[in-house]
Ligand binder design. Structure first.
Ligand code: HEC
Ligand code: HEC
Length: 179
């Protein structure tokens, strides 16, 4: 799956792909590979419009990327999906690997064990909660609780909420969400 982030290039007067993270996951082995549109040759981003092309072998991968994708990309499957958003590909693809996902990287990246295993705690009734890093807490967990989880019509939130979900979320936040 590739996620283009577009920007306006004022000088060239065009709308162009600025960031282009790419992730691929094997359903059978759970191995996941990461790339970003940074040239191996120049170390610069390879940008362009709709017709942008490059060879996957020519861009940075999990062996050399400076940004550790697994700070956020963790859990049973590698993908980070809020159900019902445009990147929710779960109705077209089976994103749940047979084996818990493991990053392919010679830099020691890992998918650390779950913070809450599937079935152990309110929020983990449908999926595990990935290990809590500062990034995971602030980019994923808090947003999910406020906006999409357990469903977008009635998100749990947590501030001052001592309900079923609220207590579990507050415990997760107290545990490891501070820098
Ligand atoms: C600070 C947290 C964070 C880091 C680090 C991060 N991502 Fe993501 N990534 C996200 C979030 C959050 C989403 C979901 C975006 C959305 O809902 O719009 C996402 C989505 C994606 C997607 C779309 C598929 C999916 O999982 O939803 C790709 C591809 C992707 N990221 C690639 C990468 C790559 C490659 C790296 C490392 C170079 C990386 N990301 C690092 C937070 C992060
Ligand atoms: C009714 C089932 C259900 C419950 C309950 C639920 N979730 Fe989810 N959640 C999902 C589904 C489906 C996804 C889609 C992504 C996937 O499977 O990877 C998701 C995705 C997420 C993500 C995005 C990260 C990722 O790996 O894709 C976070 C964070 C999250 N949930 C947190 C929570 C929290 C916090 C609660 C408790 C308030 C909660 N969830 C309760 C079904 C649920």
């Amino acid at each position: 799956m590739a996620l283009p982030r577009w920007r306006i290039n004022e000088a060239a007067g065009i709308n162009e792909v600025n960031l282009l993270g790419i992730i691929c996951q094997s359903q059978t082995t759970g191995k996941a590979c990461f790339w970003d549109n940074i040239s191996k040759e120049t170390g610069q981003r390879i940008r362009g419009g709709e017709d942008l092309t490059f060879k996957i072998a020519d861009i940075h991968n999990g062996d050399m990327l400076g940004e550790n994708c697994t700070q956020c990309h963790r859990g049973k499957n590698v993908f980070l999906i809020h159900p019902g958003t445009t990147i929710d590909i779960s109705s077209d693809y089976d994103i749940d690997p047979n084996v818990r996902y493991q990053p392919v990287s010679s830099q020691g990246w890992t998918n650390p064990p779950a913070f809450t295993e599937l079935g152990d705690g309110a929020c983990a009734s449908c999926h595990e909660i990935g290990d809590l890093s500062f990034s995971y807490c602030n980019m994923l967990l808090k947003k999910a609780a406020n906006l999409t989880m357990p469903n977008a019509d009635n998100p749990a939130g947590w501030v001052g909420d001592d309900s079923f979900y609220g207590t579990h979320i507050q415990a997760m936040i107290d545990d490891r969400c501070s820098p």
